[in-house]
Ligand binder design. Structure first.
Ligand SMILES: CC(C)(COP(=O)(O)OP(=O)(O)OC[C@H]1O[C@@H](n2cnc3c(N)ncnc32)[C@H](O)[C@@H]1OP(=O)(O)O)[C@@H](O)C(=O)NCCC(=O)NCCS
Length: 147
């Protein structure tokens, strides 16, 4: 195991390998039944450069082991945003990496004056979001007030 570093994902052109690893990690961990094709991967990588999305990563050595993003793409409400594509490598679960990524998302959202942070949870992650202080609003939707 190398040194673990949390950071904001740099622009894709600056480090395409990190971007690709982040997209593949979230696909593999969130929708394991999907085998991503080239078109899907390119689309995912392009999304990372969207002005609405800020992606965070945890890197161990040269390997992306956790990722997640802040998405403020709702054009109707500047006080609401969502956590998207949160994923931790299977072999690195329960080490605090998911919490570390969510804390970076929350800190950035707070700085921007976002009041409510939403998360669309997988069935697997309900306990995780509860533990981090999110409240369930409907079926798979969670929210945390950042006030
Ligand atoms: C959900 C996920 C991001 C959690 O990441 P993680 O790094 O294992 O979580 P952490 O180690 O930071 O856990 C933080 C806390 O939540 C708890 N926790 C983690 N996963 C949990 C789970 N599935 N159910 C209940 N509690 C959980 C931990 O025990 C820890 O509690 P503590 O404060 O008592 O120590 C990870 O399991 C994952 O990538 N899952 C597959 C993809 C997914 O479901 N993504 C969710 C968003 S779509």
């Amino acid at each position: 195991m190398g040194q673990l570093d949390f950071s904001q994902l740099p622009p894709v052109a600056e480090n395409p390998d990190l971007a690709l690893q982040a997209v593949l990690l979230s696909c593999r961990e969130i929708t394991p039944s999907k085998t991503p094709d080239k078109e899907w991967i390119n689309k995912g990588v392009a999304c990372l450069d969207s002005v609405d999305i800020t992606t965070f990563i945890a890197v161990d050595g040269a390997r992306v082991v956790a990722t997640g993003g802040l998405d403020r793409s709702d054009p109707t409400d500047y006080e609401e945003a969502s956590i998207i594509d949160l994923a931790v490598a299977q072999s690195r679960r329960y080490e605090g990496l998911g919490r570390g990524i969510v804390e970076m998302v929350e800190a950035t959202a707070r700085q921007e004056g976002i009041k409510n942070l939403y998360a669309l949870s997988t069935m697997y992650a309900h306990g995780f979001y509860n533990r981090l202080g999110f409240l369930r609003v409907t079926g798979v939707d969670y929210v945390k007030s950042l006030r």
